[in-house]
Design a protein around this ligand. Structure first.
Ligand code: SAH
Length: 398
């Protein structure tokens, strides 16, 4: 049996089949010639070229991305579709050494398009699974997804939390609350490279922790020895913990959220008790850089996405330029800047250009030491470059 029941047919305009044949997982509304039948939001539909060749099966949604493709080629979806895909994704994490790791029990189990499941994020936190549906199709299939999670990892998890509140477009009219699908635990202590972190998926941002910075945090610890470090936009204090672990002489964490500052302090205490080298401050990062009299050997800039959409790209690039220019002014000669952008709309090239302008305006000589991205549990389909959202540069500043 297949999951496609009524055969709702989406036919593409001539020439618009090319990107589907190259495994790009999105069909934009402008590529559609005709829709046969009346698909409801989140329905499974079959996608045909204009010569009636079946190309793909996917979730339909009114909006700019009209179909999110789940399977290419003929044949619809098997009944155990989610179980198959989740197992494949788990297998990759096992190969990566993440699924059974003594030192790290936090990883991204499913990374949307990168794992052939557009609209779905699943994170694993040492016995808790947190999932997020970003499309109506995934939202409607939560029960199937939950069952697949339990089938694959049921023996090692006690909590499944659906954190999808606010992740669907308002126009959908669907009220999606966050809720427990198994157990009722709000938080737990997890390990990343043997450092301990308290993660609260109910109150925390995103699914509770920024797993995508794992490898970049390690690199910070390698550069931190005897350095005075500033961690701006610190949130859980992830980078701060690694900097302290790497032997930093001092670490200052700044975040505009009072709760984040408390959390950073708690996580530092979990790993280093009352370490006098660490201070955390609730402040706006821009204002902090304007007002502080301190200079630093190493600064980390990991702001929230400045551009959520392509149409605000110009403002976002201006924001990155301004922020980085200010930070460069606070770096001692020979110091290091770790700077990131997690905006999907900002390309690697554009981000680098904004750093070029920031460095030129700051009048500093700057060399690129590393170009960073997201770790392997956030894989990117080569046909879907949009999936590569995290960009980072490590700069040496004279
Ligand atoms: N570096 C973190 C993730 C940062 S998320 C990590 O590794 O986990 C972005 C953080 O920036 C959030 O905690 C948010 O509260 C904070 N933030 C947003 N705007 C800010 C501003 N103008 N000044 C300081 N912090 C800000």
């Amino acid at each position: 049996m297949v999951l496609v029941r009524e055969h709702i047919k989406v036919v593409l305009k001539s020439g618009k089949d090319q990107s589907v044949r190259r495994f790009h997982p999105w069909i934009f509304s402008g590529a559609i010639k005709k829709v046969y039948g009346r698909p409801a939001e989140g329905d499974l539909v079959s996608v045909f070229d204009n010569k009636d060749e079946l190309l793909a099966t996917g979730h339909y949604q009114g909006g700019s991305i009209a179909v999110r493709i789940l399977a290419f080629g003929e044949g619809g979806l098997p009944e155990d579709f989610y179980e198959i895909r989740l197992r494949e994704a788990w297998e990759l994490r096992r190969k990566l050494g993440l699924a059974d790791n003594e030192e790290t029990d936090v990883f991204r189990w499913v990374c949307a398009e990168g794992d052939g499941l557009p609209g779905l994020i699943i994170d694993y936190y040492g016995g808790t699974v947190v999932l997020q549906a970003h499309s109506l199709g995934m939202h409607r299939n939560i029960e199937l997804i939950r069952n697949a999670i339990l089938k694959i990892a049921g023996d090692r998890i006690d909590t499944v939390y659906n954190k999808s509140e606010g992740s669907l477009p308002l126009v959908s009219g669907i009220e999606n609350r966050s809720e427990f699908l198994l157990g009722n635990l709000n938080e737990r202590c997890v390990k990343e490279h043997s450092y301990r972190f308290k993660v609260n998926w109910v109150e925390g941002q995103k699914t509770g922790f920024f797993i995508d910075q794992r490898e970049n945090r390690s690199l910070v610890s390698r550069w931190a020895k005897s350095r005075k470090v500033l961690n701006l936009f610190g949130y859980t204090g992830g980078f701060s913990v690694y900097a302290l672990g790497g032997g930093a002489s001092e670490v200052h964490t700044v975040d505009s959220s009072v709760r984040a500052v408390e959390l950073a302090n708690e996580n530092v205490a979990l790993n280093f008790q009352d370490d006098r080298r660490h201070k955390a401050l609730a402040a706006d990062a821009f204002r902090f850089l304007d007002e502080t009299a301190e200079s630093y050997d190493l600064i980390i800039l990991d702001p929230p996405a400045f551009a959520k959409h392509q149409n605000v790209l110009g403002n976002a690039l201006q924001g990155y330029k301004r922020l980085n220019q200010k930070a460069l002014g606070k770096i001692l000669p020979g110091g290091i800047l770790f700077t990131f952008s997690c905006s999907q709309a900002v390309s690697k090239e554009n981000f680098r250009k904004s750093l070029f302008v920031a460095a030129a305006n700051a009048g500093r000589r700057v060399r690129i030491l590393y170009q960073l991205s997201q770790p392997a549990d956030h894989p990117v389909s080569i046909f879907h470059p949009e999936g590569e959202y995290l960009k980072g540069l490590v700069l040496e500043v004279q």
